[in-house]
Design a protein around this ligand. Structure first.
Ligand code: PNS
Length: 169
C-alpha cells in the first residue's frame, strides 16, 4: 500500500445540512486517516428535496470544522469514484446508523468497487446518541419550529434560524 492509499479518506454525502452525527463520523475517521475530505454530492442516489444550496452546505461544513486543518470540504459532481481518485483517496467512509441503512449502503459500496476495484468503503458506527439523527429529520423539525440545537453545530443552527426563524433553539 502506498501512503496515499492509507492517509486520505473521502466522506461523501448530501449533508443538507451537516449534523453532529456526521461530525462524529469525521472525527472517528481521523483516528486512522491523516486527511478527511467531506464531499458534498451535487447528485445523490436518493432523490431528495434540497433545503440548502450545495455552496451553503460546503460553507457550513467548513465553518463547523474551521479549527481542523485535516478536514476539508468540497462539492463534487459526477461519480464518487472519480472524485475519490482526484483526491488521491482509496477509502470511502460512511456512517451506518441502523440495519435499515445497510441495504442501500452495501449496494453503493459494491457498485463503487465495481467501478474502481482499488476503492474500499469503510462503515463506521456512530455514537449511539446520534444513531437516530438524519438531515431530513433536522430539516423537517426546524421547518416546523422545533428545537434542533442539540443535533447541529452553531453555524448550522444559525443558518436554520435564518431560514425558518428563531424557534430552532
Ligand atoms: O447522504 P446521501 O444522499 O445518502 O449520500 C449518497 C451519495 C452522495 C454518497 C451517493 O449518492 C453518491 O455517491 N453520489 C455521487 C454519484 C455516484 O457516484 N453515484 C453512484 C453511486 S454507486
Amino acid at each position: 500500500m502506498s501512503d496515499e492509499m492509507t492517509h486520505t479518506a473521502v466522506y461523501p454525502g448530501s449533508f443538507d445540512p451537516v449534523t453532529r452525527g456526521h461530525e462524529d463520523i469525521v472525527h472517528r475517521a481521523l483516528r486512522f486517516c491523516d486527511r478527511v475530505v467531506v464531499g458534498v454530492a451535487q447528485r445523490s442516489t436518493h432523490a431528495k428535496q434540497g433545503l440548502f444550496s450545495i455552496e451553503d452546505r460546503v460553507a457550513m461544513i467548513r465553518e463547523v470544522f474551521r479549527d481542523e486543518p485535516r478536514i476539508e470540504a468540497t462539492a463534487f459532481d459526477g461519480l464518487l469514484v472519480e472524485f475519490a481518485r482526484r483526491q488521491d483517496a482509496r477509502l470511502i467512509v460512511r456512517g451506518l446508523r441502523a440495519v435499515s441503512d445497510f441495504e442501500y449502503e452495501f449496494q453503493m459500496a459494491l457498485m463503487n468497487r465495481q467501478l474502481w476495484p482499488e476503492l474500499e468503503t469503510l462503515f463506521l458506527a456512530p455514537d449511539p446518541r446520534y444513531s437516530y439523527l438524519s438531515s431530513s429529520l433536522i430539516r423537517e423539525i426546524a421547518s416546523l419550529g422545533g428545537g434542533v440545537a442539540e443535533f447541529v453545530s452553531a453555524p448550522v443552527l444559525a443558518r436554520l434560524e435564518a431560514r425558518f426563524g428563531g424557534a430552532t433553539e
